[in-house]
Design a protein around this ligand. Structure first.
Ligand code: ACO
Length: 328
């Protein structure tokens, strides 16, 4: 019998502190940095974002999202045999210990489940889903907790107005389970390390660049150009692999970085904007968390229903990009 993998539960979590563009503009103005709600909304579509409390780490956000996903799947933590956490802002440098191991501990799991982090920045969730899918289809896992979680507010340079206004914190999770009916229909992953320098996090302590690069760095226009060119391509690759026309996509969930990039992708695929899930306005760019956060929101508000086809696609630092086409 063919083994498929299917999403059996979704969950998400946003830290309590919501910061609007107006709040942020006022905070930056106090430091002599000028920005405005109008600039941020026009360039990115972002109106607000959430920031984690000082005592909240990526693992805490992840655990909150995971509990909801487990509840939706009707599973106890002990029934999970693998945890994959996509994050570029792990609790510890170099994911040592991995955020996934910390999540396992905080969920009270003592079942010896595998647990590891994946680093593909904003494509991280798509990479993690693809990995979970492969383990399940190979018969090596039955229920995998796939989480995207970020506390980018910790690595933002609040003196750089071109980046600090764009990002937020949050977590999203799904339970991917072995199933007799198709769920994940196609996955496509890519990377091009030659563009590593246009979007990167703080340098490692042993790295010569540490003294000059303590925060996230992004060449926005360069990222914009690359993102637009790869997102349409990778979505079409996934559609081709599933032998499905773009018109069969019920919901498009692109990485929520910039509304202009997202709308451009939908248009190129010939999809009406109403079929795209948008959370970037309220969440900002939450990197690896953005896709599962948007997915959970649309599942819980009843837009995404069982049997529908959902195209999730991400693009981020590395440079990395990929798509996962699923039937819910
Ligand atoms: N407020 C006011 N003015 C600003 C701000 C701000 N917050 N930030 C920049 N500006 C100014 C710049 O200084 C510049 O002024 P100048 O013309 O006098 O020099 C002007 O606005 C235009 O700046 P650009 O960088 O050219 O603005 P652009 O239209 O390219 O928008 C943006 C910038 C929003 C970053 C855009 O390039 C973008 O979205 N890029 C893609 C980012 C992305 O998708 N990242 C996610 C993928 S990977 C990941 O998520 C980790």
């Amino acid at each position: 019998m063919t083994v498929y993998s299917k999403i059996t539960g979704t969950g998400s979590y946003l830290p309590a502190r919501r910061v609007t563009n107006h709040d942020l503009a006022a905070e930056l103005a106090a430091k002599g940095i000028e920005t405005s709600d109008e600039w941020i909304v026009t360039r990115s579509g972002i109106s607000a974002r959430h920031y984690a409390a000082a005592d909240e780490n990526a693992s805490d956000l992840a655990v909150n999202a995971a509990r909801k996903a487990l509840e939706a799947a009707g599973l106890e933590p002990g029934q999970i045999d693998m945890i994959i956490v996509a994050t570029a802002s792990p609790d510890f440098y170099g994911s040592f210990p991995s955020t996934a191991c910390i999540v396992q501990h905080k969920l009270g799991m003592r079942n010896g489940s595998a647990a590891f982090d994946i680093g593909a920045v904003c494509s991280g969730f798509v990479y993690a889903m693809s990995t979970a899918d492969a383990f399940i289809k190979a018969g090596n896992a039955k229920n995998v907790l796939v989480i995207g979680t970020e506390v980018f507010s910790r690595i933002l340079d609040f003196s750089d107005r071109s980046t600090c206004v764009l990002f937020g914190d949050g977590a999203g999770a799904v339970v991917l389970s072995a199933s007799e009916e198709p769920g994940v229909l196609a996955v496509k992953l890519h990377a091009d390390g030659s563009h590593g320098d246009i979007l990167c996090g703080p340098a490692n302590p042993s790295h010569a660049a540490m003294s000059s690069q303590k925060f996230l760095y992004m060449d926005g226009p360069a990222v914009f150009k690359l993102a637009v060119s790869v997102l349409e391509k990778v979505a079409n690759e996934a559609l081709q692999a599933a032998d499905m026309p773009a018109a069969a996509i019920d919901w498009l969930i692109p990485h929520q970085a910039n509304l202009r990039i997202m709308s451009g992708t939908a248009k190129k695929l010939g999809l009406p904007l109403e079929r795209m899930v948008v959370t970037v306005d309220e969440h900002g760019n939450t990197s690896a968390a953005s896709i599962p956060l948007a997915l959970d929101q649309a599942v819980r508000d009843g837009r995404i229903r069982p049997g529908q086809n959902v195209m999730m696609e991400g693009v981020g630092g590395g440079f990395t990009w990929g798509a996962v086409l699923v039937r819910m």
